[in-house]
Design a protein around this ligand. Structure first.
Ligand code: ADE
Length: 230
């Protein structure tokens, strides 16, 4: 999978993208992430990416020109004959990200993520360039960068061969609309706090039953909305 991220803060995104699972996914060649500085696609010598809104009002709006130029340039380099590209704008106006949407997007070969900034993005970007708008929750961030990282992370975990065998269960459990069962590790007695006996029993069938029961119990208690389904 190829993910191109367009941002005015590539240096903020890079360390996270190179760490942990995302770093491993890239090292294994399962995922290629390319960061693009929006300012590299401006035409003026000040590399200006924003302007005041027509009609007045507070704040600055990302202008259409560099965003269009960036997406067009990326599409040209991305072997678009072979890849079907989806252009995504990260914005609080978008569809809220959940595991189901992540699973759907993880099957795409190429995504271009546009990180919004300031008070907004010129509406013509939405109208004529963007295929889908995605939000990571009902709150306002200062820009789309954190949302792009969240989305990218959620996708990388779903790519075949990225996670080890061990983790695939965890993934499945959320896909089944259940939260994860409680986990413990050594020592079995920590400051007098114990571990459920069944986990120390070595009886794998019983452990499996206990975990399923706990997952349902925890989901009922903490997120009953998940059990009701979409
Ligand atoms: N940009 C600002 N807030 C956002 C959010 N909640 N989700 C996605 N992009 C955003």
């Amino acid at each position: 999978m190829l993910i191109d991220i367009i941002t005015i803060f590539p240096e903020v995104c890079k360390p996270y993208l190179d760490s942990s699972i995302l770093g491993i996914a890239q090292e294994k060649g399962k995922l290629e992430i390319r960061l693009h500085n929006l300012r590299d696609y401006t035409l003026d010598k000040h590399r200006k990416v924003d302007d005041r809104p027509f009609g007045g009002g507070p704040g600055m709006i990302l202008t259409a020109e560099p965003v269009f130029r960036a997406v067009e340039a990326i599409k040209r380099t991305a072997d678009s004959g072979q890849r079907t590209t989806k252009v995504i704008l990260l914005t609080p106006q978008g569809k809220t990200l959940n595991q189901k949407l992540a699973e759907k997007l993880s099957k795409r070969k190429h995504l271009i993520l546009i990180c919004g900034r300031y008070e907004g993005v010129d509406e013509r970007v939405r109208e004529s360039l963007v295929d889908e708008e995605i939000s990571i929750g009902d709150y306002i961030l200062s820009g789309g960068e954190l949302a792009a990282l969240v989305l990218t992370d959620s996708l990388a975990r779903l790519l075949p061969g990225v996670l080890g065998h061990k983790d695939s269960n965890v993934r499945e459990s959320f896909s089944n609309n259940l939260l994860e069962y409680p986990q413990y590790t050594r020592p079995a007695d920590f400051r007098g706090l114990g571990v459920p006996q069944v986990l120390l029993s070595g009886d794998h069938k019983k452990i499996e039953e206990w975990r399923k029961h706990q997952a349902v119990k925890i989901t009922k208690k903490k997120r009953p909305d998940l059990l009701r389904g979409p």
